[in-house]
Design a protein around this ligand. Structure first.
Ligand SMILES: [Zn+2]
Length: 140
């Protein structure tokens, strides 16, 4: 199923293809300080696909923190966080912030609350490669 979304001002748009109906996708609210500050609810599907496009690539922030192994993509104009992207041996992978999708209400309202703060870098990278969604970027 195809889900459309993006940031608030329209600079960043995303097209997310998931293999399951919205309600069958577990959503997660990561307990790191960044995700808690943004009240994120994320989804990923290793068999899906997400395409992110920027109208103005200079307005895309690739914020990195802690292990600095993923880019947290934010729009500089409106401040919205759309998801995190990471390079793996099989290409870019992403978790998408469900709250930026047009049909956000079709997804499960309650999340699991994983805490990855103590996770080693190798385990972190392996988890992302196995679980995150294959991703492409356009314009940034
Ligand atoms: Zn924006």
């Amino acid at each position: 199923m195809l889900h459309l979304g993006g940031c608030h001002c329209g600079n960043l748009t995303l097209r997310l293809r998931l293999t399951r109906p919205p309600m069958d996708n577990p959503t997660r609210s990561c307990q790191c300080a960044f995700c808690r500050a943004h009240a994120t609810r994320t989804v990923s599907d290793p068999l899906g696909q997400v395409d992110i496009a920027a109208r103005d690539g200079a307005q895309v922030e690739r914020y990195r923190f802690e292990t600095k192994t993923a880019d947290y993509l934010l729009c500089k104009a409106c401040g919205v966080y759309i998801g995190a992207m990471c390079d793996t041996p099989d290409g870019a992978r992403m978790v998408t912030n469900v709250n930026t999708l047009d049909d956000r209400d079709a997804f499960p309202p309650s999340s699991t609350f994983p805490n990855h703060d103590q996770e080693a870098v190798e385990a972190r990278m392996a988890r992302r490669a196995a679980n995150w969604t294959p991703a492409t970027t356009h314009g940034f």
